[in-house]
Design a protein around this ligand. Structure first.
Ligand code: CUA
Length: 353
């Protein structure tokens, strides 16, 4: 019976482990396949500390096993008292000095990397983006380029991008595991960091601080495109005319409904405030996700518009506008899905994987 239980326990442990590890498979959502400067710097520290700790573990196990085998009580020596070594100065020195050396080996590179990643002295020579964390979405204000976007942050490959981060409501944390380290986004002080992505791609970003019932749905993406595509995207975003009428009648009705139901009060299309109430929708038709985590289909958008609370509990859109019929929601969705001001999209970076 005991053997059977043991085997069952081992099987349970192994299968749980396999299940947990299977969640680590996304190559654009893992700190273990670094694709940016901050992530690489962190990864090197992970390897260093893991190596040092493994070494310590191995040394302890080896000494433990040797002592266990060599100094166990032998037959005929039941009354034997071994030599007492407490207060041995050499031993005390050795096991004090070795840990100090190990801590120094881990601490020096960690402190250097921490200061390096926090160094914003060259910020004025590079792209600066003001990032605002909100329950439960991200706002990106491109300072010098004078436009805003949300949820999908576009940056050029191989260039430093400086982020100035503040929260509008509660504390959040900004983390793009493949590209950068993690940074708290506070309500009362601006935290700064820089990120640099090595290659084009669409990378997952996560809010890494429990911030409310939909914290786990507060995803965003970093779209890394070539420098030329980035220039193109910026120019396209800057030249959006929010008053431009859509081509077809359904979308035109949608635009009218969008205005009538005061959606504009929170959602800017084109130039908007630096810290808006809701996500800017200038290039909504190119979003990788709807509400941060739903597939970007019209059906999902209609569901979201009609009943946001059931999709993202605690969001601030619920109850801010009159109930809409499915037909009205359909028209608004059609209008929003057509907001595609640029040929540079997540697909330009290889699409979301
Ligand atoms: Cu924002 Cu968790």
């Amino acid at each position: 019976m005991r053997g059977w239980m043991g085997k069952f326990k081992a099987l349970f442990l192994l299968s749980s482990l396999a299940l947990i590890l299977s969640g680590c498979g996304k190559e654009n959502l893992t700190a273990l396949v670094p694709k940016g400067y901050g992530a690489e710097s962190s990864f090197n520290l992970i390897i260093l500390t893991t190596a040092v700790m493994s070494l310590v573990f191995l040394a302890v196990v080896i000494v433990f096993v040797i002592v266990l085998l060599r100094y166990r009580k032998k037959k005929g020596q039941e009354d034997f008292i071994p030599k007492q070594v407490e207060g041995n100065q050499t031993l005390e020195t050795v096991w004090t000095v070795i840990p100090i050396i190990l801590v120094i080996i881990m601490a020096v590179p960690t402190v250097i990397a921490t200061f390096d990643l926090a160094d914003t002295s060259e910020a004025s020579e590079h792209i600066n983006i003001d990032v605002t964390g909100n329950q439960y979405w991200w706002h990106f204000d491109y300072q010098d380029e004078d436009f805003q976007t949300s949820q999908d942050m576009y940056i050029p490959a191989g260039e430093k991008v400086y982020l100035n981060m503040l929260a509008s409501d509660v504390q959040h944390a900004f983390w793009v595991p493949s590209i950068s380290g993690k940074m708290d986004v506070n309500t009362d002080n601006v935290n700064t960091m820089y990120i640099e992505a090595y290659e084009e791609g669409v990378y997952w970003g996560k809010c890494a601080e429990l911030c409310g019932p939909s914290h786990s749905l507060m995803d965003f993406k970093v779209i890394v495109v070539s420098p030329e595509e980035y220039e193109q995207w910026v120019a396209d975003m800057q030249s959006v005319d929010p008053d431009e009428e859509p081509q077809d009648a359904v979308a035109q009705d949608g635009k009218a409904l969008f205005e009538e139901n005061s959606c504009m009060g929170c959602h800017a299309i084109g130039e908007g405030p630096d810290q808006p109430v809701g996500p800017g929708l200038t290039n909504f038709g190119d979003r990788t996700k709807i509400a941060g985590f739903l597939e970007p289909t019209k059906e999902n958008l209609i569901d979201w518009i009609m009943d946001p609370e059931s999709i993202k509990p605690g969001n601030k859109m619920t109850g801010k506008y009159p109930d809409l019929s499915e037909d009205e929601a359909d028209k608004i969705a059609e209008y929003l899905m057509q907001l595609q001001p640029s040929d540079v999209t997540p697909e330009s970076a290889g699409g979301l994987k």
